[in-house]
Design a protein around this ligand. Structure first.
Ligand code: NAD
Ligand code: ZN
Length: 362
């Protein structure tokens, strides 16, 4: 019998716990053996002047690059920062560290790879296109939900597509899961990114690529999300932040072994064409996807109501037909998502025309 199972990579080291960010200095110290060693920290600029910034254990040539998360990661920014690092330093950094939500973690993951793989990041958007291992990479989430801290993809928007650099080398080497870092996230943002996690679990569990391993992670992630958003209204209690951070982590792992589906395919179109951030784009789509995710959508409506979070509606009402077609084309191209959601014969079940209709509902 022929076996063809992928030999997956996992995050090598992880720390979890309230205040664990304080261990970053000790973790980096182990890697500072040659005196020339230095690190580049990519930090969400929302933390400029905040206590967290003071706690970054800078030494020698270490550098902080502040990056705004107002826009999701772009290939052009990845290329610009990579070039800047090559120009400013004689050698490669010993490592890079991403501190922030999915945006900052994906920047760190992507730049870790473009530092050792020549040319534009656009040429690496896709599966297994990276040739060389990147520089050591640590991710430290300050917002829970995307699972980017464990996933094997760094999602980038390029001139042509929103697509991840996906390969074994994209998985970070180290993560620090410190729920305390998420205390200051605004409630709406916490909900939208938290729902990204909920949707990862729902989609991973509902499809043709589902399997016992992905399901095990997905089921626990889903249970934690339900608990956080149904039983703890707007609670930022430490144990609730812990649960959401672990839900995110498990949701990311569930996607290593399964896939996202209809909601993410539609959501990628909204982000790429209309620039909606990922979390809210997912919510806009799931809100209208009862046909595909029935009970999970009813539960989502309950969570929205309980937390009184605005979910934009009728956003495509005034769009010309060609924009709807542009949205549909982005979604249609994501065949790995359709394969999981609808099966091998997905093209018989989902057409560009049907996608235009789905977008017109949003
Ligand atoms: P984000 O990183 O874009 O941040 C959203 C907002 O929250 C920003 O304004 C940011 O400044 C703010 N923020 C973050 N932490 C904060 C804190 N502690 N206090 C106050 N404000 C804070 O949001 P996100 O939803 O985590 O990430 C979205 C990105 O992640 C998208 O680009 C999406 O494509 C990507 N993503 C990647 C994966 C993956 O596996 N790589 C999975 C899902 C999503
Ligand atoms: Zn997502």
């Amino acid at each position: 019998m022929m076996y063809n199972f992928r030999n997956f990579t996992n995050v090598a080291n992880f720390v979890f716990g309230q205040g664990s960010f304080n261990q970053l200095g000790a973790i980096l110290k182990q890697r500072r053996k040659p005196t020339s060693a230095f690190f580049i920290f990519f930090v969400d600029d929302v933390f400029k002047g905040e206590a967290l910034a003071q706690k970054i254990p800078l030494q020698g040539q270490d550098t902080i690059v502040w990056i705004s998360a107002q826009e999701e990661p772009k290939t052009s920014t990845v290329d610009l920062i990579t070039q800047q690092i090559h120009d400013d330093f004689n050698t490669l950094p010993t490592g890079v560290i991403g501190i922030g939500g999915g945006t900052l973690m994906d920047y760190a993951k992507a730049i870790s790879l473009t530092l050792t793989n020549p040319g534009s990041s656009t040429q690496y958007q896709g599966l297994d296109l990276i040739k060389n291992k990147g520089v050591w990479c640590a991710c430290i989430p300050t917002l829970s939900g995307t699972g980017a801290e464990v996933s094997m993809t760094a999602v980038l928007s390029g001139p042509e597509k929103k697509l991840g650099i996906k390969c074994d080398y994209t998985v970070p080497d180290q993560i620090i899961l410190d729920p305390e870092l998420t205390k200051g996230v605004p409630p709406h943002q916490r909900f939208y990114t938290g729902m990204d996690c909920y949707i990862h679990a729902v989609e991973a569990l509902t499809g043709y690529c589902s399997n016992a391993l992905g399901d095990a992670y997905g089921e626990k992630s889903l249970a934690l999300c339900r608990d956080v958003f149904l039983n703890h209204e707007n609670s930022y209690a430490p144990e609730v932040n812990e649960k959401l951070m672990i839900a995110s982590y498990l949701g990311g792992l569930s996607l290593t072994y399964a896939q996202v589906g209809v909601c993410h395919a539609l959501s990628y179109g909204l982000s790429h064409v209309l620039k909606y951030p990922h979390g809210i784009a997912n919510c806009i789509c799931l809100n209208q996807l009862e046909d595909y995710y029935g009970d999970a959508v009813s539960t989502f409506h309950q969570m929205v109501e309980q937390h009184q979070i605005p979910i934009p509606q009728h956003i495509t009402k005034a769009l010309p037909e060609e924009k709807l077609v542009a949205l549909a084309k982005v979604a249609y191209d994501l065949d790995h998502m359709w394969l999981h959601a609808l099966g091998k014969d997905w093209k018989a079940k989902m057409t560009l025309e049907k996608l235009v209709d789905l977008y017109a509902r949003l």
